[in-house]
Design a protein around this ligand. Structure first.
Ligand SMILES: Cc1cc2nc3c(=O)[nH]c(=O)nc-3n(C[C@H](O)[C@H](O)[C@H](O)COP(=O)(O)OP(=O)(O)OC[C@H]3O[C@@H](n4cnc5c(N)ncnc54)[C@H](O)[C@@H]3O)c2cc1C
Ligand SMILES: NC(=O)c1ccc[n+]([C@@H]2O[C@H](COP(=O)([O-])OP(=O)(O)OC[C@H]3O[C@@H](n4cnc5c(N)ncnc54)[C@H](OP(=O)(O)O)[C@@H]3O)[C@@H](O)[C@H]2O)c1
Length: 385
């Protein structure tokens, strides 16, 4: 296959060196959910409790921690009633203008002072000052997938990063049912009959360095990486659904503490509307240049490329891009060491089925049964809505 991924003879089977676990410690048996990291989480949970952030002393039992497949991971150290007050390190718009009113996506780095440990694939909640849709102040929490790996972008264990799309809806420019901007007062669309600006996404995309930010969590266990350093990964993302995969890929191919430990292959498919909307494109290209045998990146830019396979609007979506490599991908999907991840728009699940159903059936299996088995084997991970 183009990646030179030896799919018929998977790379992990060729490994001759003993496989060393990911993470800080050589002796750690779990490559991704490292003992040291969870100990740190537990220690921090303890610290948070001592500080009175988490209330009940009985919580020593396991408050702030959840056991997932036998491993302890940080879990809801901070609740909506007692969020952690972090501060903004930086906020950067990482997309350029397109004809869409909601073209802007921001990368935001927040300092949690080491108090909100998390592992790759989890999410945090953000509480905006409000008013919310129904007038609540502060607003109810919104969840965001974490876009940084556990050590944070600067690898000092003090920050968490998000990739957030600014929700903007304008009458006459796509769907716009509600309005929370006084008519004629929107700075960007003063002539529009109706404008709605997302409560929390606007709050996050308007943050400046030094601004306070209220954080809850961490939470989420669906998108965690497998422990096996020889596992393979297929990542399917639409738009900001890239977040958990940035977290994973930095763990696998970037961070000092874990880089070089991964022995499998990872293939990222990203779908966006315009090339100006591509997220972290340079990071993926650099990773691919450094790890050509282990990492591959392909993208589908819907408004710029057509696919006759898309019966809905004829545009190139992630699943149609994947269809171009379906033979190679099918070999990977069948490999019991391969995990499939989807994050972003709900339509990707049926897109995955469109890609592989025929192949499943050609091998005498029923798609629903095949999927059931993948889920049972915990190698089908979906966070879409
Ligand atoms: C697990 C998870 C992870 C996520 N990760 C990310 C991520 O990494 N990046 C990201 O950008 N987003 C992510 N999201 C989405 C995020 O949580 C927010 O939903 C998103 O940012 C929009 O929030 P908002 O407050 O800006 O919009 P809101 O103000 O909540 O508006 C959302 C919609 O509600 C509509 N609305 C307004 N008023 C009403 C009303 N009265 N009744 C009904 N509808 C109304 C608006 O028109 C708009 O379409 C994630 C969601 C989940 C569940
Ligand atoms: N953890 C989570 O659950 C999580 C995390 C992050 C984001 N999200 C959610 O994921 C969504 C991502 O949206 P976004 O606005 O960031 O993305 P976006 O930039 O609008 O990109 C979406 C891309 O997907 C294409 N697309 C449309 N329908 C599709 C389908 N059925 N299957 C595959 N691709 C399809 C679009 O093509 P067209 O141009 O043809 O429409 C577009 O190219 C949002 O709803 C976001 O809130 C969820």
């Amino acid at each position: 296959m183009a990646l030179d991924l030896p799919v018929t003879r998977p790379l992990h089977l060729e490994a001759t060196r003993p496989v060393q676990a990911h993470g800080a410690s050589k002796s750690t048996s779990s490559p991704f959910v490292t003992t040291s990291r969870v100990s740190a989480a537990l220690a921090l949970a303890g610290l948070a409790r001592q500080c009175g952030v988490l209330r009940r002393a009985t919580a020593v039992k396991k408050k702030g921690v959840r056991v997932v497949e036998g491993k302890e991971i940080p879990w809801n150290l901070f609740s909506p009633k007692a969020p952690y007050k972090g501060s903004t390190v930086s906020k950067e718009t990482i997309t350029s203008k397109t004809p869409l009113v909601n073209w802007e996506t921001c990368h935001v780095i927040m300092d949690h002072g080491g108090k909100v440990p998390y592992i790759e694939g989890q999410s945090i909640g953000i509480i905006a000052p409000g008013p919310d849709k129904k007038g609540e102040t502060p607003a109810k929490i919104r969840l965001y997938s974490i876009a940084s790996s556990a050590p944070g972008d600067d690898e000092k264990n003090n920050t968490v990063s998000l990739v957030v799309k600014r929700v903007v809806e304008v009458a006459g420019r796509g769907w716009c049912e509600y309005s929370n901007v006084e008519k004629g007062k929107d700075p960007e669309f003063p002539d529009a009959a109706k404008v709605y600006r997302g409560v929390c996404s606007s709050h996050i995309c308007d943050l400046n360095a030094g601004d306070d930010v209220l954080i809850t969590g961490p939470t989420g266990a669906e998108m965690l990486l497998p422990e096996d350093p020889e596992a393979n990964m297929i990542f399917m993302a639409t738009g900001t659904g890239i977040a958990p995969f940035r977290s994973h890929l930095r763990n696998l191919f970037h961070d000092r503490v874990s880089k070089g430990k991964f022995k499998g292959v990872a293939w990222l498919f990203l779908g966006v509307p315009f090339s100006q909307s591509l997220l972290y494109d340079e990071e993926w290209k650099e990773m691919q240049a450094e790890y050509p045998d282990q990492f591959r990146y392909d993208y589908a830019v819907s408004s710029e490329e057509k696919s006759e396979k898309n019966k809905i609007n004829g545009e190139m979506w992630v699943q149609h891009k994947m269809m171009q490599y379906a033979d190679d991908l099918w070999e990977l999907v069948k490999d019991p060491k391969t995990h499939v991840y989807m994050c972003g728009l709900k339509g990707m699940e049926s897109g995955f089925a469109e890609c592989f159903q025929e192949r499943v059936e050609a091998e005498g299996m029923v798609y629903a049964e095949f999927l059931k088995k993948m889920k049972k084997d915990k190698r089908y991970h979906v966070e879409v809505y």
